[in-house]
Ligand binder design. Structure first.
Ligand code: DQA
Length: 170
């Protein structure tokens, strides 16, 4: 059982004048979470992870909008579409992490702060998973904490956004 992350709720709420919105992107095969290699990715479904993200977002005083796609172009379009609607992007690009220059370029192009997350520790796995095309264009990466990687990533992204608007929190 994972509790939503809920630290400093009031602090975050007090510091923002309008509610921050975070776009959460889940890449290919993550729709199969719960049944897909549970020894590696855990037993929670994507829906359960999205519920935890929503609860964590509530505690942090922000909103999340989630999207899963198995198609690279849909994810690229979603990143483009985030401009003006969302203030940050939380992304588990799945296998596209290791292959997609297009996703990397999309994140760089929109210059919205992004945080990369992975359920598994990609550096303890096959060598082809050790390289992330996204790593160089995101604020940071959280890898290896199961579903909690998403919650920690959301918290880190919100804190990053808060620090940007309130330098005393840096
Ligand atoms: C993953 C790791 C990737 O290597 C893999 O292709 C995935 C999931 C993770 O969350 O651990 O689909 O991003």
């Amino acid at each position: 059982m994972i509790d939503p992350v809920g630290v400093e709720k009031n602090q975050v709420e007090n510091l923002q004048s309008s509610v921050l919105s975070i776009l959460v992107l889940h890449g290919p095969n993550l729709n199969l979470l719960g049944q897909r290699e549970p020894g590696i990715y855990g037993s929670l479904t994507l829906e359960a992870i999205n519920d935890l993200l929503a609860a964590t977002a509530k505690n942090l005083g922000v909103e999340v909008v989630t999207l899963q796609s198995n198609h690279e172009g849909v994810l690229v379009d979603a990143i483009h579409g985030a401009v003006g609607k969302h203030q940050g992007v939380l992304i588990n690009a799945g296998a596209y992490t290791h292959t997609s220059v297009a996703l990397r370029d999309a994140i760089a192009a929109v210059s919205l702060p992004a945080v990369e997350v992975h359920l598994s520790n990609i550096y303890r796995r096959e060598e082809f998973r050790h390289h992330s095309y996204l790593a160089a264009v995101v604020v940071g990466q959280i890898s290896g904490f199961g579903a909690r990687s998403y919650l920690l990533g959301l918290q880190a992204l919100v804190h990053h956004l808060q620090a940007a608007s309130s330098p005393e929190l840096k």
